[in-house]
Design a protein around this ligand. Structure first.
Ligand code: AMP
Length: 328
């Protein structure tokens, strides 16, 4: 089944002279890495093809991966094969002009919320979408070309989406796929420094985060970051959103959630949910979101709705703890 999907994708890429790559809103290391990595592989393999990555949604911490392409006329979209990477549902595709493409492929590793596109390759057990593209490269390595830039893009997504190879969806294949990239040549010291070093100001923000973490009766750790705190600390939405990573190591708190007020006119609050042992995607799906079993995103529109989500998460964790052993 997966081999068939990979064969179709290779065939379609061969067929088209113009290919456009798309990814999800609120981009992250995986969706940026996979679009840039696949773009580079196609360009190296077929230098005569035109490959476009057009997206105005960028993240400061990923700027080192280089800029996106300038937009082109609708006529170019209309003759192109579109490949949407790392995006479960159409409403999350960042560049809305994907609908103009002549044919569309969905290539994703999220729990499928809906089917879109003419062809799909979904592997929801893969630790990252980048890993899927490494698998694709490995399957057709006699034909496909790769270099250390493409490998670094793909490795960036593998590292970030797997929590530095720590999450439960990391398996032997993940490491073998990462090994293929390392063999090609990656400056991991520079890459990890770019991804994980903080400024002193940001460390001070982290100190405040630790002081404000709260825990529900059954062990959901959470933090609510309002606009006032973001403004006072001079934080971008992206920087404030990164606080989710500071809640992940509390004994007994097997689910953790960050609420970040976005400051838009609708009053939306970004919700980032993470867990170990217990699956939390069902909570996200009830609050306009989705994602993975243990890493999901959602949106709420008020403090009351945030509290309702917390009550649901607390009930889920309570049930899990009462019916399972071995969690930590
Ligand atoms: P985030 O906390 O935004 O990093 O999201 C965690 C994971 O869930 C990422 O893989 C996102 O792509 C995915 N995700 C976030 N929001 C949604 C949503 N509304 N629908 C589906 N997947 C989502």
């Amino acid at each position: 089944m997966n081999n068939e999907a990979m064969n179709i994708i290779l065939q379609k890429i061969r067929e088209y002279d113009s290919i456009m790559l798309f990814r999800h809103i609120r981009n992250d290391g995986d969706c940026v890495g996979v679009t840039k990595g696949l773009k580079r592989i196609i360009q190296l393999t077929w230098p005569e093809k035109h490959v476009y990555l057009i997206d105005s949604d960028t993240a400061k911490y990923l700027e080192f991966m280089g800029p996106e392409d300038d937009d082109v006329s609708d006529d170019v979209y209309k003759i192109s094969l579109g490949i949407v990477l790392d995006t479960a549902s159409e409403d999350r595709i960042s560049n809305k002009k994907y609908t103009l493409c002549r044919e569309l492929i969905k290539l994703d590793h999220h729990i499928p919320l809906e089917t879109y596109g003419d062809y799909q390759w979904i592997e929801e057990d893969m630790s990252s979408c980048c890993e899927m593209v490494v698998k694709f490269y490995a399957a057709f390595r006699d034909e496909l070309k790769i270099d250390s830039l493409a490998a670094t893009h793909l490795y960036t997504g593998m590292v970030t989406d797997s929590g530095r190879f720590r999450y439960s969806d990391v398996n032997g294949d993940t490491m073998r796929h990462a090994g293929i990239l390392l063999d090609i040549g990656i400056d991991t010291e520079t890459l990890y420094s770019r991804l994980y070093l903080d400024t002193l100001d940001y460390l001070k923000f982290k100190a405040r985060i630790y002081n404000q973490i709260e825990i529900t009766p059954n062990g959901v750790a959470y933090i609510y970051i309002d606009r006032a705190m973001q403004e006072e600390m001079g934080l971008s939405l992206e920087q404030a959103s990164a606080c989710i990573n500071n809640l992940d190591s509390i004994q007994g708190c097997i689910c953790w959630i960050a609420f970040i007020e976005s400051g838009d006119e609708k009053g939306s609050v970004r919700v980032r949910l993470r867990s170990r042992f217990v699956c939390i995607n069902s909570i996200a799906e009830n609050y306009r979101g989705g994602g993975h079993a243990r890493a999901s995103g959602a949106t709420v529109y008020s403090r009351e709705e945030a509290n309702a989500l917390l009550r649901d998460a607390d009930a889920l964790v309570k049930d899990y703890k009462e019916t399972h052993e071995g969690w930590l």
